[in-house]
Design a protein around this ligand. Structure first.
Ligand code: DOR
Ligand code: ZN
Length: 346
């Protein structure tokens, strides 16, 4: 069986920098036409100038024949100015502003502490400039159970935000709960969308502990209960235009995952399309796959759809146990496992 689809884009991707960037970028560039590149580097990409410089280093790291296009983002802080938003839009290289609640995840320590206060003029300028807000939707209050952080963020931040600024375009990134599905569905189509990762579609929280602690399944937001997984599978396979592909592929070296205080993040770039195809096939919704992988995201961002095609073949292939680079090893999602759908490049 073969499936020819329009080339997909990745609307949420961590490419890192330096050696790590060089090592991982071919895996995304092989399958995806464009990607929204996350700005949580050390130091974070808080200015247009930094985003442009990062874009150059990404382009330099690309394989020679690649036409992969990085779509840059700014990292929102309490100090971001409305002028920076104007510069970002004018550059033509920045496509969104990422909101990390301070302390929510990897390199989020410079993130936002006062969204409705200090950041509000910036949000208003984003409406003016038609730049979407890309949200890591989790509260950071240590008193809130980690499995409830998305739900509480929706109730305390996103619902009031949509009420106060209904014209702001919002992408709720890597949704993990039925609460997020309900929230996105309750908003105006085209104004609030959501990315969905392979791991949150195929794994539930049991995968963190199956046969012992599984650090390579640890990401943030953390995997949730089976009922939530089923809710997001239903959402993406329903054909709704509000949900689109965002891998959240987030590489960390093996030694930084397999240690006492392991990093959050799953390197899924090599397997993402195979996993999405499996999820849609199991839901009997292969006819809805292409819209999710290749249309809904570009339509939401107001960008043209890709013209080139990519073929998915039903042919089992083995995921490598390990990817070795000069700087160290990375363990990909489903390392050592077999996946049924293979990407064959035209
Ligand atoms: O698991 C994650 N890893 N979640 C995030 O939000 C950040 C990412 C990373 O940068 O490693
Ligand atoms: Zn991410």
């Amino acid at each position: 069986m073969e499936l020819s689809i329009t080339q997909p884009d990745d609307w949420h991707l961590h490419l890192r920098d330096g050696d790590l960037l060089e090592g991982v970028i071919p895996h995304s560039a092989k399958h995806f036409g464009r990607a929204i590149v996350m700005p949580n580097l050390k130091p974070p990409i808080t200015t247009t100038a930094a985003a442009l410089a990062y874009r150059e280093s990404i382009l330099k790291a690309l394989p020679k024949d690649s036409s992969f296009t990085p779509l840059m983002t700014l990292y929102l802080t309490d100090m971001t100015s409305p002028d920076e938003i104007k510069r970002a839009k004018k550059s033509g290289a920045v496509y969104g502003v990422k909101l990390y609640p301070a302390g929510a995840t990897t390199n989020s320590q410079d993130g936002v502490t006062d969204l409705f206060g200090k950041c509000f003029p910036v949000l208003e300028e984003m409406v003016e400039q038609d730049l979407p807000l890309l949200v890591h939707g989790e509260v950071t209050d240590p008193n809130v159970d980690i499995f409830d952080r998305e739900k509480v963020y929706i109730e305390t931040i996103l619902v009031p935000l949509v009420q106060k600024l209904p014209q702001l375009k919002i992408v709720m990134e890597h949704i993990t709960t039925m609460d997020a599905v309900k929230f996105v569905m309750s908003c105006k189509e085209g104004s609030v969308g959501a990315t969905v990762t392979p791991q949150h579609l195929i794994l539930n929280r049991n995968a963190l502990f199956q046969g012992g602690l599984q650090p390579h399944n640890y990401c943030l937001p953390v995997l949730k209960r089976e009922i939530h997984r089923q809710a997001i599978v239903s959402a993406v396979t329903s054909g709704s235009k509000r949900f689109f592909l965002g891998t959240d592929s987030a590489p960390h070296e093996k030694r930084k995952k397999e240690c006492a205080c392991g990093c959050a993040g799953i390197f899924n770039a090599p397997v993402a399309l195979s996993v999405y195809a499996k999820v849609f096939e199991e839901a009997g919704a292969l006819d809805k796959l292409e819209a999710f992988t290749s249309f809904n995201g570009s339509d939401f961002y107001g960008l043209p759809r890709n013209k080139s095609k990519l073929t998915l073949k039903k042919a089992p292939w083995k995921v490598p146990e390990l990817l070795s680079f000069p700087f160290g090893d990375i363990v990909p999602m489903f390392a050592g496992g077999t996946l049924e759908w293979e990407v064959s490049l035209n």
